[in-house]
Ligand binder design. Sequence first.
Ligand code: ATP
Length: 513
Amino acid sequence: MAKQEDDFKRVISHAKEYGYVFQSSEIYDGLSAVYDYAQNGVELKKNIREYWWRAMVQLNDNIVGLDAAIFMHPTTWKASGHVDAFSDPLIDNKDSKKRYRADVLVEDYVAKIEGKIEKEVTKAAKRFGNTFDKQQFLATNQRVVEYQERATTILKRLGKSLENEDLADVKKLIEELEIACPMSGSKNWTDVKQFNLMFGTKLGASADTAIDLYLRPETAQGIFVNFLNVQKTSRMKIPFGVAQTGKAFRNEIVARQFIFRMREFEQMEMQFFIKPGTQKEWYEKWKENRMKWHLSLGLGEENYRFHDHEKLAHYADAATDIEFRFPFGFKELEGIHSRTDFDLSKHQEFSGKKLQYFDTDENKNYVPYVVETSIGLDRMFLAIFSNSLKEEELENGTTRTVLKIPAVLAPTKAAVFPLIKRDGLPELAHEIIDDLKWDFNVLYDQKDAVGRRYRRQDANGTPFCITVDHQSLEDKTVTIRHRDTMEQQRVAITDLKAIIFKEVDMKNWLIKM
Ligand code: ATP
């Protein structure tokens, strides 16, 4: 646990030191769970968004984009169920006065059991060596089977109580499991209450005419209310999808995990409209497709897993999370939900406008079903950033800090250095930059010894360093150094663009999907 905490602290401080993420309004001591993206962070975020957008919109001729407003008519949120049901069960500890999500306290308890299972697996893998069969071990080891049964029983009971809105039983479960406040160790809990997560605001100049609005808690509803507009103007035929990225706002109760859980964050969502009855097939297809997208970035297959929901949201007939191994354990990165015709039917009912599709093949009207993929851009940022930050032991006994962000997403693609600050080397370095900057983000650095400049760019996540020396003036060649392997090559200046392009071109990454 202590190591996990240390690793996570290192991630947060590195993100600040290298200009990725700052606390919002830091000079006023910050605003809880609100963050700003700095010079490098904004580029990484933009590149992730672009990587998603290309995979969704550009590469699928049946998916189009949308950018709906953050403010929406207030009835939207009545129709969607957010006014009545978008709440988290919260519980307070009477001694520490700290507030928690009751379901998260129980899930964290279960995560500890899962941690014990992982430990047993690691121990057994060591003991049995090459002959180790993980599946068999999980199915037959008495202790592991008991742990698993216990975890499943607890989660089932939690799911059932939440579904039945039996908050008294959620409290009872917390007491039975003897869960203590992580801050104080106290087990003195209040009752569990529901807390709505939407931020309210007002539209209009005078107090009596102002309308109550909400800041959208998800981008999806902007897609649903525009369903017919998009379908008609794009002349899309079912099945088709609408993709959107944008800000969402939630008044989160527990907000202590850096950019994992923010009060203002960005989502990348896609609603796929389908014929009723085909939802199972599309749900499976999108599960597979989204996992392939994640794996194309090469962060390691072992860091992802599906977590199918026991407790389904009011709108879903199937749901899963793609979980990622964050520094604090496996947690949700993306949700994939089969939303039935819930949203469109509700908007039809509340607006009194028909939201139906005329299927020319079937010669009939129907309200389409929807499969949704929904990923948090900030969580994706954290997944990449935390996974990429490494301390490496080098052959000469020293260590280096390196941020191995997939080159395609790196904020700066190359840094160009003159070996020394005179003899025309800076001028040639600038000439190289003037040529490369049309295609890539590149930067110039002439301070300190070249070795230190390499280290700085390693920690910054820059995949290439290009050094201009005296030989460069004579034969127009330079040294290019690769961040991950630290390999250096002598190459012609005229070849630089192609070398970099091969590593950072989105096509070469997305094609792996
Ligand atoms: P959680 O259970 O972690 O609160 P959720 O199930 O409420 O998440 P969804 O409503 O499915 O999340 O939202 C889709 C995605 O939006 C999530 O998978 C996550 O990546 C992102 N997301 C949701 N809430 C936040 C938040 N407060 N901060 C950052 N990202 C978020």
